[in-house]
Design a protein around this ligand. Structure first.
Ligand SMILES: [Zn+2]
Length: 127
């Protein structure tokens, strides 16, 4: 027995059917898109918040901080946009134009990063 993925009605006829009709199909797809948009927004919100926390500190001239202090300001370490690698260096974890590097288990270097989005050179410079 197969059921409509949107309304749950038992489907008759072709076994490859997933929906009663076009109405159920579009209703279902709209809901999927809405969920995805909500997800994008939530993650973007976290990334923007992370970025603005780093931005404020860097603009104040602060170059090092701790995991604890960043967490206390609401920084979410689970979310970042990308990572930059440099030989013999700790990986720089970035949130858009700002990033941090681990010094040890507690301390971090924070910095503005510049990089090219057009190749894989992964270069970044100190500011
Ligand atoms: Zn249906």
């Amino acid at each position: 027995m197969k059921y409509c993925q949107d309304c749950g009605t038992i489907l008759k006829g072709r076994t490859d059917k997933k929906f009663c009709d076009d109405h159920c199909r579009s209703h279902y797809n709209n809901a999927v898109n809405r969920d995805r948009d909500t997800n994008f927004k939530q993650i973007n919100h976290i990334l923007k918040k992370n970025t603005s926390i780093l931005e404020k500190l860097v603009h104040k001239g602060i170059k090092t901080t701790t995991f604890h202090l960043l967490s206390a300001t609401g920084f979410n370490f689970s979310f970042f946009t990308h990572q930059l690698y440099e030989q013999n260096e700790e990986t720089c974890i970035c949130c858009y134009d700002y990033g941090y590097k681990k010094i040890n288990e507690e301390e971090l270097i924070i910095k503005q990063v510049s990089h090219s989005l057009h190749n894989n050179e992964n270069k970044y410079s100190d500011h």
